[in-house]
Design a binder for this molecule. Structure first.
Ligand SMILES: O=C(O)c1cc(C(=O)O)c2c(n1)C(=O)C(=O)c1cc(C(=O)O)[nH]c1-2
Length: 228
């Protein structure tokens, strides 16, 4: 076995869409309009822990990355989520989604609804970025290649089936529809230029597979806490 050509490498990364959490039963029910208000609120409150930890994950990647060009572009992800000032950014937008769905900001922030499996999954992702080589952590973010399709479907489902949620609360998803393709393109560029050996390509593929497991486990934990 030798290293894959770029096209074949990208193909084997993209093939992980089959393991993506869009196929999770909880997401399937959500997008079919079958979630109750309580289930949607539970999902929003638990997913908030993911949102909160994404910039900490990205800061770990920055800390481990010796390449100034990469850092200069990657740092934008942190501002996208944290915002440049109070009231801006993805974390704030997610809190507004929660409020639009009838949750109090306080009950999202204090983690009272956060279930152990959701915490465990998200912590595993942050620890992976802290402890693994930075290129593997970048590869693990490549689930974002698959996110825009799911987000677009979710946006349409919310507008159609969950009209009790104020549509202004959906701004987070609209922003990600633009940010995710830009971010995943950068991540793919990094992975295809840095992972040129059979071993490093295998590690990148393994990292993406790990991340699919993180997202799936997160949804399992939420689905178990808010059963149908
Ligand atoms: O709602 C989703 O299905 C979904 C999935 C993912 C993903 O695939 O990792 C991310 C997001 N949302 C998201 O909002 C987000 O900011 C994000 C950052 C990352 C990452 O790994 O750096 N993934 C995702």
């Amino acid at each position: 076995m030798t290293a894959l050509e770029t096209t074949a490498f990208v193909e084997s990364l993209r093939a992980h869409s089959r393991q993506y959490h869009d196929a999770h039963p909880f997401h399937v029910r959500m997008n079919a309009g079958l979630c109750t208000p309580g289930q949607l609120r539970g999902w929003i409150a638990n997913r908030f822990y993911y949102q909160e930890n994404i910039p900490r994950k990205d800061a770990a990647i920055l800390a481990n990355c010796p390449d100034v060009e990469v850092r200069r572009r990657w740092i934008r992800r942190i501002t996208d989520h944290d915002g440049a000032a109070p009231g801006d950014g993805g974390i704030e937008a997610w809190l507004r989604l929660g409020e639009a769905a009838g949750l109090e900001r306080e009950e999202i922030l204090d983690h009272r609804h956060l279930v152990p499996g959701a915490r465990f999954s998200v912590d595993a992702y942050v620890n992976f970025a802290r402890n693994r080589p930075w290129t593997e952590a970048v590869a693990s973010s490549l689930t974002e290649l698959f996110a825009p399709d799911l987000m677009a479907e979710r946006l349409a489902a919310f507008e159609k089936y969950y009209q009790w949620i104020d549509p202004e609360g959906l701004a987070y998803f609209r922003a990600r529809l633009e940010q995710a393709p830009r971010d995943s393109e950068h991540a793919l560029e990094i992975v295809t230029t840095h992972c040129l050996t059979e071993e490093s390509q295998g590690a990148a593929i393994g990292a993406l597979s790990f991340k699919c497991d993180v997202l799936w486990s997160l949804m399992d934990a939420i689905g178990q806490a808010y059963p149908s």
